[in-house]
Design a binder for this molecule. Structure first.
Ligand code: PMP
Length: 381
């Protein structure tokens, strides 16, 4: 079937070919539409058809909420990519990684202790760690700011829950935990730990790692993620959260994830990751080239690294540009870009300085081309 295309908001006319000159480049949200061309190429093999009578039950035939076949696919994928050790560990599913991050905070918090766990992250960090923790407003955990505030508090015996995003959103750095000690529990958010975005140095083996298909296959709308857990108690508590919160993940979403991973696993994942990596690398090179013509802006520094999956050294291919406005007067970098009709995410969203703006590079090709054109104009001025 020919795909039915909706016009990008920057284009109009009956065939979406008329450029709307007053439009704003959308480099805001991390909607991973850069993978759409891959799935158009695999339209038939990735399609799902579900009859009305099919899979109506709350549970699978083994009585669980989790498709064991999908667990096997996920383990096989990690094995092939070499980005995480999953064998012998527990796997649990969530509605995107978002639900699992909340489940993890619940599971790692001491229950009914007199002091709530301190939830922390290192700036610049993905803002949902803070906003979701604050929304749930629990007696058992509380958001307590940046890890830098707690680094030298070795005599603080309360439980710490540190979020580590690796590679980091927004700056693409391969980060590790800042806090150490028996009272520190770490949630490794591995949403971007795929060969699209980073050279894989080694298989991650942390106690609690969270993954999502959103940034792996690009199917953010299916809301499917998984956590790999070492400890049986933590697994039980996360399962309890999932059961009470939503009774597990939509069986339809699991079926779709299974179908998609089947396609990914064909040819040992090479086609998807080659496509993802070359797309992201080319975008990064073009972004860097445009901005290199100006001293007004700079980007995060990333260097080529050896990738164990591709078995070669790879150039950087981050999901986001972490742009800095260098001029003294450009304290509000978001406003500088807005005036040039570019919509990014202000640094303060990531608890960082507003001299920074995150530019999303994982959106559709149209969005990226419009971003590059607007940046070219801005730099030429
Ligand atoms: N973690 C990070 C670091 C993210 O950037 C995102 C999405 N932007 C998520 C988690 C949430 O992803 P999802 O719920 O779609 O799996």
């Amino acid at each position: 079937h020919q795909p039915v295309c909706e016009c990008n908001p920057c284009y109009g006319g009956s065939d979406c070919s008329e450029f709307q000159s007053d439009c704003v480049a959308n480099a805001g949200s991390g909607d991973p539409l850069f993978l759409e061309p891959f799935w158009m190429k695999h339209a038939a093999s990735s399609a799902v058809l579900v009859s009305g009578w099919h899979r109506m039950s709350y549970i699978y035939s083994d009585g669980s909420y989790i498709s064991e076949l999908l667990v096997d696919h996920i383990k096989k994928l990690h094995d092939i990519v070499g980005n995480a050790k999953a064998d012998g560990k527990y796997i649990i599913f969530g509605a995107g990684s978002t639900q699992l991050l909340n489940a993890a905070v619940y599971a790692l918090s001491p229950n009914s202790s007199s002091e709530p766990a301190k939830v922390v992250a290192t700036s610049p960090y993905y803002s949902v760690y803070r906003t979701a923790t604050e929304l749930f407003n629990s007696r058992d955990y509380k958001y307590e700011g940046d890890t830098s505030l707690w680094k030298n508090n070795s005599d603080d015996s309360s439980t710490f829950i540190e979020f580590v995003t690796s590679p980091n959103n927004p700056d693409g750095k391969l980060t590790t935990a800042v806090l150490q000690g028996s009272n520190v529990k770490t949630i490794y958010d591995r949403a971007y730990y795929w060969p699209h975005f980073i050279a894989i140095p080694t298989a991650a083996d942390e106690d609690l790692m969270v993954f999502t298909i959103s940034k792996l296959t690009g199917h953010a709308g299916s809301r499917f993620g998984w956590a790999i857990i070492k400890d049986a108690d933590v697994y039980e508590r996360m399962s309890r959260y999932l059961t009470l919160n939503t009774q597990g993940v939509s069986r339809d979403a699991q079926l779709r994830a299974l179908k998609l991973l089947n396609v990914v696993l064909e040819g040992e994942g090479r086609e998807l990751f080659e496509f993802g990596y070359t797309t992201m690398r080319d975008r990064w090179i073009r972004l860097k080239n445009v901005l290199s013509k100006s001293k007004r802006f700079s980007l995060q520094k990333l260097s080529p690294q050896y990738c164990s999956f591709f078995q070669r050294t790879k150039d950087p291919s981050p999901a986001y540009g972490w742009l800095k406005c260098e001029r003294e007067e450009d304290k509000d970098c978001y406003a500088v870009l807005s005036a040039a009709e570019i919509d990014g995410r202000p640094g303060s969203t990531f608890s960082a300085d507003d001299r920074y703006v995150r530019l999303s590079l994982i959106r559709s090709q149209d969005d990226f081309e419009i971003l590059i054109n607007k940046l070219k104009k801005l730099v030429a001025e």
